[in-house]
Ligand binder design. Structure first.
Ligand code: NAD
Ligand code: MG
Length: 385
């Protein structure tokens, strides 16, 4: 394998920093060409000095001069602002984009990379939730692989390798259940930000950690799976598996079920996506099947964790509904993280927004951008409720 030149969009986040660990451990396989961050200029500069990319993009334009000055002695180009993200994605200097920006902000740069015929290692699930049909269509037209980084989707992808045209009966997405598994609404109503930010199995960015606590994350993942693997909603099942050892499963038409397993560590799916189709050795800890342990499975509690039920509704309805769901959820999670709304208010905000914004069955990209804006504006009005 020759050196693969990676562009990391969202390099200062949980996925981005772990990807850089993988790259640092495999300098003969990977180089870094683009790094981007929204606010964390100090970490961006540190990464740029260590990995010497072609360019960096700082989202917050006020920080441009500071980053520029800090990198003056290097030959790293510095750009700033939202538009610069798309311009960087359109550059020729890289071989693969790791899409690791959080939220809707990841959509446009990822689309630009696909239009630029660059393979995508996709962590940013919101891209497919918002515009899955359009994104996948563009990727198919350009024959661009979209290789999932999300652990569940990486598991399914790995289970499908070698299966050719064999049909999938269903996929089983595993969910840890988050920090509040088994809890009821009378408990959840009082949950505070810091408690919700403590995930039992995974250390992740703030937004996805809150999504994991409400189970919205699993709903977003069902929608992500629909587009990645071309599935019907009824082929996608969620099962709670608190130990997070089985990362997901595929059941084929003969009933045979494949699972991908391992300790919960995002470096593995990140490394798999970047190196695909090759597997590369590493020193990550291994799961020991000899140690006494019990793997358990249960149905998700859709009555308590209504965000998952709402996401399932949007998955079934299709059109612009997942886009509206995502926008409302981003506003709600952001408000919760700022202690502006309670834990259960997040679900309420999402529900009211999906009932409010007009349904479009086959939205264009422009219509999706519009629905996103409408949903955000409406959801924001609910913060004072
Ligand atoms: P994070 O919050 O830790 O990092 C987000 C990154 O995106 C940062 O580099 C930040 O600077 C950048 N960013 C934030 N807002 C931006 C904006 N408006 N414009 C441009 N850049 C912006 O998030 P994360 O946990 O690393 O998650 C990244 C993506 O990967 C999310 O879509 C998440 O759902 C997905 N994912 C994460 C994990 C995980 O373990 N962290 C697992 C599966 C999937
Ligand atoms: Mg996941």
């Amino acid at each position: 394998m020759s050196v693969k030149r990676i562009a990391i969009f969202g390099s200062t986040g949980s996925i981005g920093t772990q990807a850089l660990d993988v790259i640092a451990a495999n300098p003969e396989l990977f180089s870094v060409e683009i790094l981007t961050a929204q606010n964390n200029d100090e970490l961006l500069v540190k990464q740029a000095l260590e990995f010497n990319p072609n360019c960096v993009v700082i989202g917050d334009e006020k920080k441009y001069q500071k980053v520029k000055d800090a990198l003056a002695s290097s030959n790293v180009k510095v750009f700033a602002g939202e538009k610069a993200l798309e311009e960087a994605a359109a550059m020729d200097c890289y071989d693969m984009m790791l899409a690791a920006i959080v939220g809707y902000a990841g959509l446009k740069p990822t689309l630009k990379a696909i239009e630029n015929s660059k393979p995508i290692a996709l962590a940013n699930k919101e891209t497919l939730v918002v515009a899955g049909e359009i994104v996948m269509q563009k990727a198919i037209e350009r024959r661009i692989p979209i290789i999932p980084v999300d652990s569940e989707h990486s598991a399914i992808f790995q289970c499908l390798v070698g299966e050719g045209r064999n049909k999938i009966e269903k996929i089983v997405l595993t969910a840890s259940g988050g920090p509040f598994r088994g809890r009821k609404p009378n408990f959840l109503v009082n949950v505070k930000r810091d408690h919700a930010l403590q995930h039992p199995n995974w250390a992740m960015g703030a937004k996805i950690t809150i999504d994991s606590a409400t189970l919205m994350n699993k709903g977003l993942e069902m929608i992500e799976a629909k587009w990645l693997f071309n599935l019907k909603p009824e082929q996608i099942q969620v099962v709670v598996h608190p130990q997070s050892i089985i990362h997901s499963m595929v059941m084929f038409e003969d009933g045979s079920t494949k699972a991908q397993m391992g300790l919960p560590d995002m470096k593995l799916p990140i490394q798999y996506a970047m190196a695909f189709p090759q597997r590369i050795p590493n020193k990550f800890p291994r799961y020991d099947f000899r140690k006494p342990d019990t793997l358990t499975f249960e149905e998700p509690d859709l009555k308590t964790f209504r965000s998952l039920a709402l996401a399932m509704e949007c998955l079934n309805q299709g059109g612009n509904m997942p886009c509206i769901l995502n926008a409302a959820n981003e506003i709600a999670v952001f408000a919760f993280l700022r202690n502006r709304v309670g834990f259960l208010d997040m679900t309420e905000m999402v529900e009211r927004t999906i009932n409010k914004i007009p349904f479009i069955e086959k939205p264009t990209l422009e219509e999706l951008y519009h629905s996103d804006g409408e949903a955000r504006n409406f959801a924001a009005t609910l913060i004072e409720m």
